[in-house]
Design a protein around this ligand. Structure first.
Ligand code: 1QQ
Length: 399
């Protein structure tokens, strides 16, 4: 029903032939296909408040700070392009501080006091499981741009994510690792107190078993731990071909360092928590041979991705990571939903987001499935000399 409406709107838009292109100052940005599918809004004016709830401080701040920069960059482009007609988006930024209670308090304020029409975030899956029910209850769209645990969108029909879940990415990571490094055995290490790390571990264990890789051992730790020598000694003692790790960046870094210090030279395979350049910067040569599945890599041969890399690098002085690409795309998706709804009614925005046509994004051709989860390509990467590059089999060395 909703999709039919979108098609009709699209035909109408073609008849009035809007040749609005969202290239600014020769810069290519997202939004062209939505500009064609949905006519310029006629009912919007003023500043439209949209919440951005990210972990800007605390243990997981490596993810939140780039998300903040990417969302702001997208919103600046959206406003400068007049994508919402006479209206502009105003981002209300809130810091979840890597704490679930803080995420709940911030979500409550955004939804109740600030009267946002939608929220982008929160950064961590465990924050989302704590805070998203508040948005769902209030009937406000919450769009996760980095939540990868299983079950996020099961919280309700106002809960969306554009971040590929571990369940979509890790099967490819396992298959590519087996193909490239010919592993037949693996050890597993994960934090057992975080929704994302537990979920990632479960997918890794299932996929390895499906692929007939022998699991030589499973070890756990708690978020905040710094010494992993006991667990790694156990795993390495069983001589695995690879070690699979589900951890956030703060723990991923010492795990890589300690595994290498204990003499492990095989592939370390990480989940989404490893996807920050901070992990590579802090581990230096130790991260060579690290394999990580991702929703995006800077080498993606995609015009919007290339333009995004250039604009983000210019705006911030640093190249973007996957979290930036997802946050940037998320802000454009919310703007697209508002434009196509031609309304700031919270339910209209929900319906419009769910009905968006497939659109071109830096993440590739993107659409939501019927459960409000993302559908777009994933990629397996390997760390080489401080950078994530797409994995091709010849590049795997057992250092
Ligand atoms: C989650 C994750 C983290 C790595 C987010 C940054 O994927 O918590 O779901």
């Amino acid at each position: 029903m909703l999709r039919k409406t979108a098609v009709l709107v699209s035909l109408t838009a073609l008849l009035v032939a809007p040749t609005m292109a969202f290239a600014q100052d020769d810069m290519v940005v997202m939004g062209d296909d939505i500009a064609e599918a949905c006519p310029a809004p006629a009912n919007l004016s003023g500043e439209i408040p949209v919440g951005a709830l990210f972990t800007i401080s605390g243990a997981a701040s490596v993810y939140g700070s780039v998300q903040q920069a990417a969302v702001q960059m997208a919103v600046d482009q959206i406003n400068e392009a007049g994508f919402l007609g006479d209206a502009t988006i105003k981002i209300l930024l809130a810091d979840s501080a890597s704490e679930n209670e803080q995420a709940i308090a911030a979500m409550t304020k955004l939804v109740d006091e600030d009267a946002v029409v939608a929220v982008i975030g929160p950064t961590l899956s465990r924050e989302a499981f704590s805070a998203d029910p508040i948005a769902q209850e209030a009937g406000v769209v919450v769009l996760g741009v980095s939540n990868t645990a299983s079950g996020i969108t099961d919280m309700g029909d106002f809960v969306f994510r554009n971040s590929l879940p571990e369940a979509s990415v890790i099967p490819g990571t396992v298959a590519d690792t087996i193909a490239a490094a010919e592993i037949t055995s693996a050890g597993l290490l994960y934090a057992n107190d975080d929704d994302f790390t537990v979920s990632g571990f479960e997918v890794m264990a299932d996929e390895l078993a499906n692929a007939d890789v022998t699991i030589v051992g499973e070890e756990t730790f708690a978020t905040g731990d710094t010494d992993f020598n006991a667990q790694l000694t156990n795993l390495i003692g069983a001589s695995p071909d690879a070690i699979f790790v589900s951890a956030l960046a703060a723990e991923a870094t010492p795990i890589i360092q300690q595994a290498r210090a204990l003499g492990f030279t095989g592939p370390i395979v990480g989940g989404n928590g490893f996807n920050s350049p901070a992990v590579l910067a802090q581990t230096g040569e130790d991260s060579n041979g690290l394999i990580v599945g991702a929703a995006w890599n800077g080498a993606s041969p995609n015009e919007l991705s290339n333009a995004f890399v250039e604009a983000f690098s210019e705006a911030t002085g640093n190249p973007p990571d996957q979290f930036a690409a997802q946050a940037y795309t998320g802000a454009w998706l919310i703007a697209s939903a508002i434009r196509c709804a031609d309304s700031v009614d919270r339910t209209d925005i929900r319906d419009s987001l769910a009905a968006l046509p497939e659109i071109d994004t830096p993440l590739g051709m993107f659409t939501f499935d019927e459960d409000r989860n993302p559908v777009h390509p994933s990629i397996t990467q390997i760390a080489q000399d401080g950078f994530f590059v797409p994995l091709i089999s010849e590049e795997v060395s057992s250092s």
